[in-house]
Design a protein around this ligand. Sequence first.
Ligand code: MF3
Ligand code: CO
Length: 285
Amino acid sequence: MGWLTRRKAKKKDLVKTEEEIRKLREAARIVSGVLGELARHIQPGVSAQHLDLLAERWIRARGAEPAFKGYRGYPATICLSIDEEVVHGIPHPDKVLQEGQIVTIDVGVRWQGYYGDCAFTFPVGQVSPEKQRLLQVGLQALYEGMRQARNGKYTGDIGQAIERFVRQRGFDVVRDMVGHGIGSALHEPPDVPNYGRAGTGVRLRTRMVLAIEPMVVAGTHEVYTGADQWTVYTKDGAPAVHFEHMVVVRQFQAECLTTYDPVFQNFPGDLSFLRLGDVKPATKP
Ligand code: MF3
Ligand code: CO
């Protein structure tokens, strides 16, 4: 995700052609496939480094390139963030998945000059009911945001929908990092915050392409960057989830370019607790 930038751009620059959207659709298909491939391997004992190598091989075999590697000096193909790590965790050989953790994998690809960007948070083995609920709220918050991505709405409508949905369920959203436009650059305007007020921000127009990516935390929303200069952690150590899809703004509803179908098809464990439908409001103490 982008750091909050407040870049200005001419409205017209944010709108893609159908030709560009075709390229983005293919980049999005490839990046969705990477997550599906990695999904097969999510289990206790597997190292982040192993997943990173699988991802890079899978991407290059399809004629694409890892988009994150080298981006501002980022050293790997995927970001792999465990529990209280929110985003931008760097894969290492000694970073090994353990039963009960939740692990976010965020991956980007470049294909024929266009970018794909997608993230999903997986349970490792059996996870606590609280983590299951966090995963479910995070995923549905993404869908709530995506529903706003239609012509005439505002980036603030997306942010408000996400923030409301999450806070009503007793969780919070990270504010320091935001979703973004995407095209022939990984991060383009507009910023797409996961909080805000309806009717504010940038007005959405048909054929804008957005990466919507709520980061949802079980505790407070404050985060900090670790000593490696990349990994972002929650200050209170509470777990975080991160789900990201790319969508095209259309007249009546968003067209989703990335898909979790490969993830749901290939994941060896049980994801049925992520099924759609409302998530019960938090029980008041
Ligand atoms: N995954 C981020 C995003 O969703 C970008 C990753 S930054 C990188 O926009 F340095 F890791 F590439
Ligand atoms: Co992104």
